[in-house]
Design a protein around this ligand. Structure first.
Ligand code: ATP
Ligand code: MG
Length: 583
């Protein structure tokens, strides 16, 4: 793996919210971090107060909080005051409908302003917000609404007709539907704009206990059936502080998180963290499009950009001409999450934008960033960085009934965290036993394998389920994928292990090619040769299969388990989050 540092300049370091990582680690406490926020009387708290109303009291009401870019390119600005008034109205609408503290409010919306207003209004009312990804089909929608016993759903006429109407018979508890573009009130199909107009724009934010539930988020379903992780209001302390030190958000930033709020990144870092940090955030309604994305970065003067490896690889695939034609000089910090970020992609960032992508690692369960490359810290391409101040991360291995920490540098084991940070999930809804299984000997076990080098940087190895054992070697898919991705023809790659009587498992690669390359025998041999040179014959793939696309979750994660099930003719398991895949 690439071990060379990308060194930070003195300027980058001095201007960062966290100029000195070691110092922050020494000084950090969650109580001090909580002190960066207002809180409410009697030790209470509410995420929406910290995200919105706090800024009004500080005279920032007129600042643009959300700049929405509609699919047709038209832009609409919402100030902090606009969001305050609209979320108050929404909270009042919920009260009119009898929604109580702790009840769950679901949304099924694309990235439209109403989604953001509904999220904030729900939190203000003390209800639990559960965003559903708008591209889900009826089955995943039904199961998620069943698990959370959904009573109220905010959606649009189109999505309602296409996806929800037919499910109503199977969801007897779903009694209130708020349509953002609704017609006249029709029994339980409410016209939200009408209700918003007649609702008061005054609302006293519900003071919540730190431990009161605020959000229900389903995991991506990469390794199996998605789990419903419950997060609490006190989590906002972690959202805020990670926005501050891991994404280096300053109030003057124009910030763009490309994730959809249907996934945890789109809520923690697409709504809460940017707003608590008082930035202007960009929301683009449209799906990925390289030309459009570069245009947004240039025209909106984006300074901080948080995106994902799949998107970065798609940008890499479209080449250098598009970015070279743009003035991207306002960008000053770029981060990535969701999947391993190959060193190639980090270095590409330097070539195209003059700065690396800063990889960070976390999960739906952790609610916020746990391991990161920081603005002031040198980057090792391919590494996830170092634990957040306030977080203790370790590499552990299972023993008889317990776990043992592996302290030797470069030892591979399960990535584990000491519990106790505010944004940790409080349960998997209705799956208490599964939740409890994540905690052993005072460690939270992530299910990912990683290693820590002698400088304290963490390196992702693979999902525990995806690691390959071949002829006595433990092979992490990430390392093999990164090596193949260095080849000029390769756009995407996934590695799996196929059972083999002699060596245990053999390494097989699935490769999607960049435009202009043909999947022929010469290229296959060339790729095998390249991998052998980079990795040695024991680790290099023995088999290579070409695919147009690789199967991914709707949050953009490669589903290696599905490739393996198909390869072995086994049942495909839960594929509710699978994006349509062309084989
Ligand atoms: P499920 O738990 O349902 O199988 P999932 O784990 O993909 O799905 P998420 O919580 O959305 O659901 O994703 C978290 C996982 O994504 C991490 O456990 C890790 O495997 C992967 N991941 C996130 N960030 C990184 C990163 N920077 N490097 C490597 N892997 C990452
Ligand atoms: Mg997971």
């Amino acid at each position: 793996m690439a071990q060379e540092f990308i060194r930070k300049t003195v300027k980058q370091t001095a201007q960062a919210n966290m100029p000195d990582y070691q110092q922050e680690v020494a000084d950090f406490s969650w109580e001090t971090a909580a002190g960066l926020l207002d809180g409410l009387p009697d030790g209470r708290i509410n995420i929406a107060h910290e995200a919105i109303d706090r800024h009004l009291a500080n005279g920032k009401g007129d600042k643009v909080a959300l700049r929405w870019i509609a699919k047709d390119g038209e832009r609409f600005d919402y100030t902090y005051l606009d969001l305050a008034e609209r979320s108050n109205r929404f909270a009042n609408v919920l009260r009119t409908l009898g929604v109580e503290k702790g009840e769950r409010v679901y949304s099924l919306l694309g990235r439209v302003p109403e989604l953001y207003i509904a999220a904030l209004g729900t939190l203000k009312a003390g209800a639990v917000f559960c965003p559903l990804f708008s591209a889900f089909g009826p089955e995943p929608l039904k199961s998620r609404m069943e698990i959370g016993n959904a009573k109220l759903l905010v959606t649009s006429k189109r999505l309602y007709k296409r996806k929800v109407a037919a499910l109503r018979g199977e969801l007897p508890n779903l009694t209130e539907i708020l349509l953002i573009d609704g017609e006249e009130n029709n029994e339980d199909l409410h016209n939200l704009p009408h209700m918003m107009v007649s609702a008061s724009e005054e609302f006293v934010v519900e003071p919540m206990e730190r431990e009161d539930p605020a959000l229900l988020h389903f995991t991506s379903g990469t390794t199996g059936k998605p789990k419903g992780a419950v997060h609490v209001h006190g989590a906002v302390v972690a959202h805020h502080v990670t926005g501050r030190i891991a994404l280096d958000l300053h109030a003057k930033d124009v910030y763009w998180c490309t994730a959809d709020p249907g996934w945890v990144t789109g809520t923690s870092y697409g709504i809460i963290a940017p707003l608590t940090n008082g930035v202007t955030m960009i929301v683009d309604e449209a799906e990925f499009d390289a030309t459009r994305w570069y245009k947004i970065l240039e025209e909106e003067h984006v300074t901080v950009w948080y995106t994902a490896p799949t998107a970065i690889r798609m940008l890499m695939k479209t080449g250098m001409d598009l970015p070279k034609a743009r003035d991207l000089s306002r960008l000053r910090f770029m981060a990535s999450v969701g999947e391993p970020l190959n060193p190639e992609a980090v270095i590409w960032g330097v070539e195209v934008f003059g700065m690396p992508f800063h990889d960070n690692w976390w999960q739906t369960e952790t609610g916020g960033i746990m391991i990161a490359n920081y603005a002031s810290m040198d980057v090792k391409p391919g590494s996830m960085g170092k634990p957040l101040p306030g977080i203790t991360a370790g590499i552990v291995e299972k023993t008889n009934g317990g776990v043992r920490e592996l302290t030797k540098p470069s030892a591979i084991g399960e990535l584990a965290l000491r519990p106790g940070w505010p944004s940790m999930m409080r349960t998997y809804l209705h799956e208490e036993a599964r939740y409890k299984k994540c905690f052993v000997d005072d460690w939270y076990l992530s299910g990912d394998l990683a290693m820590r080098d002698s400088d304290g940087y963490f390196w992702f190895v693979g999902r525990a389920d995806d690691v390959i054992k071949s002829a006595g070697h433990l092979i992490g898919p990430f390392e093999v994928e990164s090596a193949l991705l260095e080849h000029e023809a390769v756009a995407e790659v996934a590695i799996i292990g196929i059972p083999d009587e002699i060596v245990g498992e053999i390494v097989k690669a699935y490769v999607a090619l960049k435009p202009g390359y043909e999947p022929d025998e010469d290229l296959r041999l060339d790729l095998v040769g390249h991998a052998r040179k980079r990795l040695g014959p024991a680790v290099a793939p023995k088999e290579i299969a070409f695919r147009k696309n690789l199967p991914k979750t709707r949050s953009g994660k490669i589903m290696r388990r599905l490739l393996k099930a198909r390869e072995l003719g086994l049942p495909e398991g839960d594929i509710s989050t699978l994006e349509s895949d062309e084989q």
